[in-house]
Design a protein around this ligand. Structure first.
Ligand code: ADQ
Length: 483
């Protein structure tokens, strides 16, 4: 029976070694949840890196690891520490990530990184070929694996291959600075269907294909010798029901059954009922504009000093890629900024910024979403930004204001949010004031539209639409060849 094979850098499970025995804990991340309808039963297999390097894997546990993964519908690609360095921390996160987020000056063009990226992509492709049949459908995810579609196509000319990019695809003027630009495009063109979050990323990609490879592009199709490749946008949604239901449960939780964080947030509300909580949640990443946001907050407090002691900014930053130098510098910059602003502006009763640098359990994330009057998300570039969607989904009484950067893919679908340019401090200060003073009826009317859209176009619909477009393409593609 034909299977669906999903390929991503990381598997949707976390391996844990306890006293010599291994267990695989399913991840709760957006992609893992979204792919549930695609990755189920024996008709699907998820291939990826387990998160353990060869050096960290006790040889006597290899078989147990394979067994634990198999029970979760997964199979691993083995990587050693040097491969993870060059492929993941190197080319993926020091070359492609900054370039595709328009941080040209952070992008390092190292031949060693590129060679390791190619070799590791080949490992993933080999794993797919080994574990799949000709009539299986293959869905490759994200910027770490952009060469895989072509590598699989070479051995499997008739297999149906889809690719989805979770980050922006930059404009041609940015993309063309990459020394290996043609190879990346050719790698992606091994697919039958290439998906992006927004129409703009799709347009940028098509423009690069036309100008760098001189290929014929018509509307959203690329014509190769014997194949037509379709390019389309599929804005990723969230598991809307999961977030809404968790917020409802949180609302019903008895007083003595609250999390510590919730108690602290409730105490804060009780002691200062007029103080507005402004929330920002991101991975600690320069693309998310966290440092600029803190500066903009200081600017706001200087422009509108009447809000001192009346607002509090909660910054939750999840540790990320901490062995890449840019991320270490950013961590230091944020620590210093928060320290300076709190040092200068705090009073006996008020600390302007609460800063948490950690990953939080799902329940605490919900506590923060539901307790915050405003969510303020200011990425300088973001493929989509799911936090914006999650915040709205948890506002079960429809109160709350979302301030969102125009540079996030989600801004295209969230017009009722207050959209800002993260580089414009004047506009952000005014927008913060507008959010703080927005009448409840206006909040509710904006959120009603947002919620309806998020509920309808949830992550399951996203995954199913991609798969059905890929399946349709399969039929159409064969028709084209036989003409
Ligand atoms: P990310 O850059 O990681 O994803 P985002 O889409 O915002 O960004 O997703 C972050 C996820 O992490 C959210 O689901 C959020 O709930 C969770 N999270 C955030 N802070 C947390 C914390 N402290 N503790 C626990 N969980 C936390 C990439 C792209 C995005 C794109 C997604 C999906 O960069 O642009 O939206 O993939 O395609």
């Amino acid at each position: 029976m034909a299977k669906t094979i999903i390929i991503s850098n990381r598997l949707p499970v976390q391996l844990q070694i306890n006293n010599g025995s291994i267990s695989a804990i399913p991840s709760v991340g957006g992609l893992a949840t979204g792919m549930k309808s695609v990755h189920s039963g024996s008709e699907s297999l998820w291939i990826g890196w387990s998160g353990l390097t060869d050096e960290d894997t006790p040889p006597e546990l290899e078989d147990d690891i394979d067994k634990a993964l198999k029970e979760n519908g997964c199979a691993k690609v083995k990587l050693n520490a040097q491969e993870v360095d060059g492929f993941y921390f190197g080319f993926s996160n020091r070359t492609i990530w900054p370039l595709f987020h328009y941080f040209l000056k952070y992008s390092e063009f190292e031949l060693d990184f590129w060679n390791t990226y190619k070799a590791v992509n080949q490992k993933f492709a080999d794993a797919i070929i080994e574990q799949s049949d000709e009539d299986d459908t293959i869905w490759v995810h994200d910027y770490q694996l952009m060469l895989v579609p072509q590598m699989v196509r070479e051995k499997r000319p008739n297999t149906s291959i889809g690719f989805f990019l979770h980050i922006p695809f930059p404009s041609y003027e940015i993309f063309r600075t990459l020394p290996w630009r043609e190879e990346i495009l050719e790698g992606l063109l091994g697919s039958d269907l290439i998906g992006f979050h927004t129409y703009d990323y799709e347009r940028h990609f098509l423009s690069s294909v036309r100008r760098l490879l001189g290929m014929e592009v018509s509307f959203n199709e690329i014509f190769m010798d014997n194949r037509v490749i379709k390019v389309d946008s599929f804005p990723m949604g969230i598991d809307y029901k999961k977030f809404r239901d968790a917020a409802l449960v949180q609302g019903e939780r008895k007083k003595d059954n609250r999390s510590d964080l919730q108690q602290r947030l409730d105490d804060h509300k009780a002691s200062a009922p007029d103080t507005k909580l402004i929330l920002s949640i991101d991975r600690l990443d320069y693309s998310k504009g966290i440092a600029k946001r803190i500066n903009a907050f200081e600017y706001f407090l200087n422009k509108y000093p009447e809000y001192k002691e009346k607002v509090r900014l909660i910054i939750l930053a999840v540790p990320s890629r901490s062995n890449v130098p840019q991320y270490q510098l950013l961590k230091k910059e944020i620590d210093e900024l928060v320290g300076r602003i709190n040092g200068e502006l705090s009073t006996v009763n008020w600390t302007p910024i609460w800063y948490f640098y950690r990953s939080l359990p799902f329940e605490n994330l919900i506590d923060l979403y539901t307790s915050s009057d405003i969510a303020w998300l200011t990425p300088l570039r973001d493929g989509m930004n799911l936090v914006a969607k999650e915040y709205i989904a948890t506002r079960t009484d429809k109160s709350g204001v979302l301030i969102l950067s125009e540079m996030a893919g989600s801004a295209y679908e969230m017009n009722e949010a207050l959209l800002i340019n993260p580089n414009n401090f004047e506009q952000q200060a005014d927008t913060l004031r507008q959010a703080i003073t927005m009448p409840l009826e206006e909040q509710q009317s904006r959120n009603t539209f947002l919620q309806k859209r998020l509920e309808r176009y949830n992550v399951e619909v996203w995954a199913n639409e991609f798969m059905s477009a890929l399946n349709q393409k399969k039929t159409a593609g064969h028709a084209y060849i036989s003409q």
